[in-house]
Design a protein around this ligand. Structure first.
Ligand SMILES: Cc1cc2nc3c(=O)[nH]c(=O)nc-3n(C[C@H](O)[C@H](O)[C@H](O)COP(=O)(O)OP(=O)(O)OC[C@H]3O[C@@H](n4cnc5c(N)ncnc54)[C@H](O)[C@@H]3O)c2cc1C
Length: 289
């Protein structure tokens, strides 16, 4: 399979990239790691007039700890995140989720910005962004703005980014020291996109659960934050009954669609099962089980 003909540009700065995208007025496409875009081009599902390649913009690749926040340049490779010490220490949920993204060659090229901008509902990074209350910084012709996950993700493979916008940074608040966490997912083969995935973070104080965070991948058109399931744990604690109740509530909160991989009912049931598993494993990490 070969891609359709396109103009190719390799800008050296974000401003230059925005000017190019503006010049092509919606007919330009950003290239990051190419792990999702190149198959779309090769299958001719996307036919942009121009490719604007961000790989030459060195200032877009970094991992920085800054005032309770880890900031990732959009072009930071998933492989860099997998091996980052600061991510292992401050955002272990992200390290765990990264190991579930495709295979090694995909993570070597794939970027955090590309994964989030692509907005595949089954992808791990959008779920982590949602679970951790992260934000993304977007630059476009009218300046810079910061978006929450609900402001960003609209539906399958669709975000609120305009054709001239570039996602430049991902910001994730550091996890509380001693927090329990787990990313549980089910896929047919290792490395495949998840049929459903659940990200969980628990912070405890004695027998209380002070903070619970739960978000799904693959259980609807966008990642779903399971707030009222979290509330059960924050109110009732982390015993077996509360975990089962939170998992049951999680299944009620999602609105999955059926597709060739799984029916809607199956995805709903998986949400319940994986929420229970993720919470129990998160508890183990807190030394509670
Ligand atoms: C076999 C295979 C298995 C995979 N399995 C998984 C998996 O299990 N989990 C998972 O999460 N992913 C998986 N992926 C996808 C992979 O993680 C991709 O790297 C990711 O989805 C896209 O990132 P990228 O950097 O390659 O972006 P690209 O493919 O270059 O771009 C993807 C889209 O995002 C846009 N874009 C890219 N960067 C930006 C930006 N900074 N601002 C605005 N728009 C931008 C592009 O224009 C394009 O529309 C898999 C891919 C393959 C080929």
């Amino acid at each position: 399979m070969k891609p359709p003909v396109f103009e190719y540009h390799a800008p050296a700065s974000v401003d230059e990239a925005i000017a190019l995208l503006t010049r092509y007025g919606g007919e330009g496409k950003i290239l990051a790691g190419g792990q999702s875009l190149m198959p779309l081009l090769n299958f001719r599902l996307s036919r942009p007039a121009a490719i604007v390649d961000l790989n030459g913009i060195a200032s877009l690749a970094y991992v920085r700890e800054d005032d309770g926040m880890i900031r990732f340049g959009a072009m930071t490779r998933q492989r860099t995140i997998e091996f980052s010490d600061v991510v292992k220490r401050r955002l272990p949920l992200l390290t765990e989720a990264t190991l579930l993204v495709g295979h090694l060659p995909i993570r070597t090229r794939g970027t955090i910005g590309g994964s989030i901008a692509h907005a595949d509902p089954s992808a791990e990074y959008p779920a982590v962004l949602t679970a951790l209350d992260g934000t993304v910084v977007v630059r476009g012709p009218r300046g810079e703005r910061t978006l929450s996950p609900t402001e960003l993700f609209q539906t399958y493979l669709t975000t609120s980014l305009g054709p001239e916008d570039i996602l430049v940074e991902v910001r994730l608040p550091v996890m509380a020291p001693g927090a329990g966490f787990a990313f549980e997912e089910f896929s047919r083969r290792h490395g495949d996109f998840a049929i459903v995935g659940v990200a969980a973070v628990l912070v405890g104080d004695g027998h209380r659960c002070t903070t619970a965070r739960l978000a799904t991948a693959g259980a609807g058109p966008t990642p779903v934050r399971l707030r009222s399931a979290e509330e059960i744990l924050e109110r009732d604690g982390l015993g077996e009954a509360a975990i089962d109740a939170a998992a049951a509530r999680a299944a009620e909160l999602v609105e999955p669609d059926g597709d060739i991989h799984a029916s809607a009912a199956y995805r709903r049931n998986l949400t319940r099962v994986l929420t229970g598993r993720a919470l129990r494993r998160a508890l183990t990490k807190m030394g509670r089980r």
